[in-house]
Design a protein around this ligand. Structure first.
Ligand SMILES: Cc1ncc(C[n+]2csc(CCOP(=O)(O)OP(=O)(O)O)c2C)c(N)n1
Length: 580
């Protein structure tokens, strides 16, 4: 069997799609993928778009995201998707072509021998779990199995194999070299279950924080069982927030630098925080570490031991280095009775904050001139179809979506949380569509971010993807403007037409690609038409004319603790909350 046919056959057991673009060193792969009946090759407009599609394909299907591209320029275009996957622990396999074996440099000080030859390993290492150039056909089966194993296990992430053009067309050896998996030895006493239970017993205001590790280790059911059994309140990082009803009395919802006052008040007043599978990023803890949940004892359960060495980690009282799934299985075996008379006042308080500090106000609802973003996203959650896949992009539209989060039905929701490149959502939408063709993909994107991957409108049109693109059109980079207003005396530079940034008319562009369009000019039109739009079959681009003056409110300004969101509340009000 030809090597490229073998790879297509091998990968068809791990995924149904490979994304990417053509080139002289991947031509045999694409030939094999096209011939294989169990795996489909999706041609993107640029390898960047394809890498983002593959990243999102995994987030929706749970299957391996596979991206193919040619050596040199193709690989450079992989980097955006690879970084998204690396920082959010998304498994992915990148296959890159390389010049023929004889044309690969032996002396690395020579710049280039083969056409489009490039030093790839050093370039991708910081954002890749494993990378290897294969120069012997005998190694191919072993390296492929090893790469896929590494991508899918431990803290997950992307891997890359560079395969020379002539190797891709060689015959596979009769006897295949195999990669053997060593099962790790698990010591259950390292899970420190007894200590955790004692800390819960002592606590009057415990809060479980559900991080991405819970999702990535497929432990959502285990965590739900734990919450139900112990009736302990919980909060979610953005990555897991859509899995829990926001109306649940135990759910204090999202928290962090750009979240809600009620979520942050809960965290700041808790006396025990149990962090499950989260690395406590700066977006969560803010810049003022000593004032992050100052009253709480903190337990961190995290698979990656390097995270415990993070110099920006708040003080952790109990560190447990293990797969969160293992921890949850063990703690779920414990019979622990939580005293209702202790926990109920805490639950009551959380719900009081949720009610008093609601994000959407009458002012947002009654806004007349154009569309108010908080009203828009609040209403979007009312009318979005069950099982839709919502993908916000970078910037203000992302924060508005999570601040207004309302989970009343089953939804899927994600973005490239930690890398957050502009233009993620539309390209990611392609991968999400192939992962779940039955449901609608909603790609939310700022007018400033649209141009970053605008070429993928052609892919969306070509494959007739059921994607509704909501362009949050506020005539510029509103979040950057907000920063300029706060720290640079409103000296706008490179953020809108007046300050030198020109942005295109997205409806005209979409029409040129052959995509239908709609416009929502004000709250009233949103109220009247958004439900119908959400029930339309994509592709469809909707230009939502957002108030250019609307800002992210409330928000933590750099250096302030989580309870001090701007616009600031009175000292008395804050002190009352912190005291209670
Ligand atoms: C590829 C990339 N370049 C630059 C940035 C920095 N950046 C973050 S948000 C933003 C502006 C985005 O504007 P827009 O999409 O219109 O969103 P808005 O803030 O108006 O919602 C910029 C330049 C980034 N995240 N990604």
């Amino acid at each position: 069997m030809k090597a490229s046919d073998y790879i297509a056959h091998f990968l068809s057991k791990h995924t149904k799609y490979a994304y990417g673009g053509q080139g002289s060193s991947v031509i045999h792969f694409i030939d094999s993928f096209k011939k294989n009946k169990k795996i489909n090759f999706i041609s993107g407009q640029s390898e960047q778009g394809s890498s983002l599609a593959a990243d999102a394909y995994h987030r929706v299907s749970g299957k391996l995201g596979v991206t193919l591209g040619t050596s040199g320029p193709g690989i450079i275009n992989f980097l955006q998707g690879m970084a998204c996957s690396y920082f959010d622990s998304i498994p992915g396999l990148y296959i890159a072509g390389a010049p023929t074996i004889n044309n690969i440099r032996k002396n690395k000080k020579i710049r280039q021998i083969g056409f489009q030859e490039m030093e790839v390993q050093d370039m991708v290492k910081p954002i890749c779990k494993y990378c290897k150039i294969i120069t012997k056909i005998e190694d191919l089966s072993y390296e492929l199995e090893k790469a896929v194993h590494i991508a899918n296990n431990g803290r997950k992430g992307p891997v890359l194999l560079e395969i020379p053009d002539d190797l891709s067309r060689m015959e596979m050896p009769k006897k295949l070299k195999r990669f053997k998996v060593k099962n790790p030895i698990i010591k259950k006493n390292n899970l420190k279950i007894d200590q955790v239970v004692k800390m819960i017993q002592k606590s009057k205001k415990p809060l479980i924080i559900i991080g991405n590790g819970v999702q990535s280790s497929k432990s959502l059911n285990s965590v739900k069982r734990l919450i139900k059994k112990f009736q302990i309140p919980y909060a979610c990082t953005w990555a897991t927030a859509h899995h829990f009803l926001t109306t649940d009395k135990l759910n204090s919802c999202v928290f962090g630098v750009a979240a809600t006052r009620f979520g942050n008040f809960t965290l700041q007043t808790a006396d025990l925080l149990i962090f499950l599978g989260t690395r406590l990023s700066s977006q969560i803890v803010g810049a003022n570490l000593s004032k992050f949940a100052p009253k709480a004892k903190k337990i961190l359960i995290e698979i990656d031991k390097q995270e415990f060495t993070n110099h920006r980690l708040p003080k952790i009282d109990l560190k447990i280095n293990c797969d969160v799934n293992l921890f949850l299985n063990e703690i779920n075996k414990v019979n622990l009775k939580i005293d209702n008379s202790i926990i109920n006042p805490w639950i009551k308080k959380i719900n009081l904050y949720k009610d008093k500090y609601k994000i959407v106000t009458e002012k947002n609802i009654n806004h007349k001139k154009d569309v108010d973003p908080y009203f828009f996203f609040d209403h979007m959650f009312n009318v979005v179809k069950k099982n839709s896949i919502i993908i916000p992009d970078a910037s203000a539209n992302l924060i508005w979506t999570y601040q207004a989060l309302k989970i009343k039905k089953k939804l899927n929701m994600f973005t490239a949380f930690n890398h957050s490149p502009m233009g993620y959502s539309m390209a990611a939408g392609v991968g999400a569509f192939f992962a779940d063709k039955k449901n609608t993909v909603i790609a939310i994107i700022g007018d400033g971010s649209m141009p970053m991957n605008i070429q993928e409108l052609e892919t969306i049109k070509n494959y007739n993807c059921n994607i509704i693109i909501l362009v949050i059109n506020n005539k510029g980079y509103s979040l950057i403007k907000q920063t300029q207003e706060t720290w640079l005396n409103s000296n706008y530079a490179g953020v809108d037409k007046k300050s030198g940034l020109s942005l295109p008319d997205n409806c005209r562009i979409a029409k040129a690609y052959g995509i239908k369009t709609a416009v929502l000019k004000n709250n009233n039109e949103v109220k009247k038409n958004l439900k119908k739009i959400m029930n339309t079959k994509g592709p469809l681009l909707v230009d939502v004319m957002i108030d250019p003056k609307a800002r992210v409110k409330p928000k933590i300004e750099f250096g302030k603790p989580l309870h001090n969101m701007s616009p600031l509340l009175s000292k008395n009000e804050i002190n009352e909350i912190l005291k209670s």
